[in-house]
Design a protein around this ligand. Structure first.
Ligand code: ADP
Length: 268
């Protein structure tokens, strides 16, 4: 579903590539988390998958990125958007409408769908994400977690194959993070390929199939969640312990597993 083949990408007016010699693949319905220190190239990977790097930033690309069989450098962003939906770190930055309902209908209207179909799809997605009661609200009145759910519902109205999430836990408290994990589990069950970039890893253990670690633009290692138990490896790449939630919370809350998961603790 996503294939990187010896990809190098350099932003305009930069000498050093932001990412270098990246090769990996993500299968259909797989969930991948990409982690690494700031500046290691995580956002650039996202922009290479959704096509923004070659088409909007217009840097120099070598190697090949394929998404759903399409070469992203050769495929217009609009065509890629049918396959890839991206939830940005601040979902508000991606909204077009002022009211929640209008946000869900907007993209479908742009695609010329019938009124009946638009109503069916938006009703269904709002229901799945538990935001039906918010449909008449102004978007700027929603909480961060509600904005994320609206953004995800909007993305799913287009029925993409791949959903990218850029640091989705960054602005959420642990309870909203667990709720997000539940929604992502639902997307996984629906067969969606998920590409998640995040520093916090504790909430992802039961969700991810593969972890990619970036270090200074290079893919330092990839493997299952288990390899994050390795202290030396984490120290080397500046990764957080996968069981650390928020340091200021009482321990009981820190170790509450996501809903439906038996236990998300890892002994390190
Ligand atoms: P991360 O998401 O892991 O913090 P980025 O992909 O944002 O890393 O950045 C990787 C490298 O690319 C950094 O050296 C950063 O300064 C550079 N970079 C990111 N965006 C741009 C841009 N728009 N123009 C020039 N350089 C950029």
């Amino acid at each position: 579903m996503i294939e990187f083949d010896h990809v190098f990408y350099t932003y305009p007016f930069q000498e050093k590539p932001a990412v270098a010699d990246i090769s990996f693949s993500v299968s259909n319905a797989e969930t991948v988390v990409c982690t690494g220190a700031s500046g290691s190239g995580k956002s650039t990977l996202i922009r290479l998958i959704n096509g923004l790097a070659p088409h909007f930033h217009k840097g120099t690309l070598s190697g090949r990125v394929r998404v759903a069989g399409k070469d992203t450098a050769q495929t217009p962003v609009k065509a890629l958007s049918s396959h890839v939906g991206t939830m940005f770190q601040d979902p508000e930055s991606q909204f077009f409408a002022l009211r929640a309902r209008d946000e869900l209908t907007f993209a479908l209207e742009c695609r010329g769908q019938s009124v009946e179909k638009i109503e069916n799809i938006t009703h269904h997605e709002a229901d799945r994400f538990g935001i039906t009661h918010l449909m008449d609200n102004m978007i700027f009145d929603l909480s961060q977690g509600e904005k994320q759910k609206l953004a995800l519902a909007g993305i799913m109205c287009i029925a993409p194959d791949i959903v990218i999430l850029d640091e989705p836990s960054a602005n959420l408290d642990p309870s909203a993070t667990r709720e997000l994990a539940g929604h992502l589990m639902d997307l996984k069950r629906r067969g969606i390929t998920l590409f998640i970039v995040d520093h916090r890893l504790y909430w992802l253990k039961n969700l991810v199939d593969k972890v990619l670690v970036l270090d200074q633009g290079r893919l330092a290692c990839q493997g299952t969640f288990e390899f994050l138990k390795n202290n030396d490896l984490r120290k080397k790449f500046g990764l957080r312990k996968p069981d650390v939630v928020e340091p200021y919370l009482p321990a009981a809350q820190c170790y509450a597993p996501p809903q439906g998961c038996a236990d998300n603790r890892i002994d390190v």
